[in-house]
Design a protein around this ligand. Sequence first.
Ligand code: PLP
Length: 468
Amino acid sequence: MNDKTPFGWNGPTFEDAAHNHLISPFEEMDRLGTSGGRPMLVKGEGIYVTSSEGRRLLDAPAGMWCTQVGYACPEIAEAIAAQAMQISYTSPWYFLNGPSAELARRIAAVTPGDLNHVFFTTGGSSAVDSALRFVQFFNNVLGRPKKKKILCRIDGYHGSTQLSASVSGRAGNKPNFDLESDNVSFLSAPNSFRRPEGMSEQMFLDTLIAEMEDRIEALGADTIGAFIAEPILASGGLLVPPEGYHRRTHDLCRQHDILYISDEVVTAFGRLGHWFASKEVYGITPDIITFAKGVTSGYVPLGGFVISDKVLERISGDNAKGSYYANGYTYSGQPVACAAALANMDVFEERDLLAHVRDVAPYFMERLQSLKDLPLVGDVRGEGLLGCVECQTDPTAAAATDFDTEVTARIDRHCYENGLIVRPIGSMCVMSPALIITREQVDEMIGILRDAIMAVDVELRAEGVWNG
Ligand code: PLP
């Protein structure tokens, strides 16, 4: 109880305090009051963190896909301190502040097309929630109260508010919650790895597009407000849709006056080598783009959505009909958070980080692909600095098995013991390192992962539970 804490405070340890008082996100309730397997991190520097037991770890998932410029970045820390001393808070209901105005301008300058207005929120879920509430508002003001349904995808993840969770399609997150269902319609996940045996990627794409066309026809375009899609399904298993998927789904939305929301909470701010991926990587200009995470490199919470002038014009000015968008947060455009984001963007520019990602990402992917020779590895996929190794113990199984998940958890444990955090999502080890990662650090990361997979392979064979 009396271990000295990192703040030099002689009280109960932070671990004790956490066990006794903290509810963590996605808490496994039967483990409440135990550590729940979550180690405590006490320090971060660059792409490494240190745990409370003194273990130095390469942070392959970059926290939660967010620590783009790395830990302990002095420019961001100083900007936060300076803004806190200048003016720490302004009510967005009554006042403007410089950092949020300037950040909106700078974000608008790097978004595609006419996406020129930014609405700030407190993170990714609130960004998605606000965008979905905007869709409702938009169609009500336009006098189209039926046009409310949201098309979304199985295995998509968009957050933890009621609306953002309702359009999220990971089956495991749904039990015991009463999510919206009337205005939500799920399409298949664009999961090429699990596509039907013998089907080409092109045929698979055609099937996905046909499904969307059929759904629009069945529901009626006049009932569908928006389609929401992550460019790469992140938490749902790093699913990279087949080439052409984004353009064709976008075309369908255009044909049917359905708003296209690109959820770039993970892919924006450099993850794929660009500020935003929608246009630069996939050739589409959405109506709305949501962002969070990398906008502050995880230093403070911030998110938001950017929206096109064309959409806004339809319900503003003379078209507003006395309406107001009654959605917002005490911390919308919080000045300290926006100052952190501005400093973050400066660091991106000063260190030419987008170019660095474009340079190092092919090497990362090549090294990741080199793991394919291991018998436990079923698939390796990714794009930019987003990568994943999917374990597969039974190539004939149509979906990942519980044993695959167990094997992946074991790999994670080995990695941790050898200085690497990989983030197991079911049967997948996911990696999305800080954008500052070097080639040598990619080698270190992949080296530890390879050793861990090989060690588990040996273990399983020795236990007689798997023989490749
Ligand atoms: N959208 C996507 C694509 C995400 O991956 C996440 C979180 O991982 C969210 C939204 C929710 O963001 P937050 O956890 O900041 O609320």
